[in-house]
Write a new protein. Sequence first.
Length: 213
Amino acid sequence: MISLYPEVLRLAKSKDYEKLGVSIRRCFLSEQQARPQLAVADLLDEMGFDVIEDASIAYLAVTLMVQSQGKLDSTIILQKRGADFKANFLLAHCLGHALLHLQFELLERSQTRAGFRETQYTLETFMQTDFTAAPVQKAALYEHEADLFAAALLLPQAMFVRAMQRLPRVQQVAEMFAVPAPFVVARKRCLGLDIMERAATRSDTSSPVSPRS
Ligand SMILES: [Zn+2]
């Protein structure tokens, strides 16, 4: 059975990805919550998810949820377990579907089982996303939402902003969180921090020069 705190349910329902990611770290990781690097497989274990490997499935990953007498069980089936960040992001994305979509489909529509299938590594999709507009079509929107949650869980906004203030290079931030540098760049775009940086640079260069005396 998966265990979810009321705060986690509330934040999942309001789709507040940033606070949801922080709340999950706080609820399930206790003293490890402040560590930048997060192994999602360990977190899922803490939350009561079953993560299994099955090379015979036709998808990269399947997230299943079953309801029985008001209790929820969830299993994530992976075609292949991976140790890299691409695999870590995929697991976080699957957790996003479970929290944001599946539990509400089961609890609110009285279904007994529901699931999501992944045909591609979602990290690549995330890094190419145009964050200025959310998809309109429901299936694409659900994928987008699961990606936003995964990014918020793996690179929490407050921790990320503090790291960027201390470390001048993207590569240093990437190493601190054990993520690829292009993911750091995409996360900046996702949070609108790239626009703020550009605006700050522009105002630096266009600031009036004091007249020569
Ligand atoms: Zn998905």
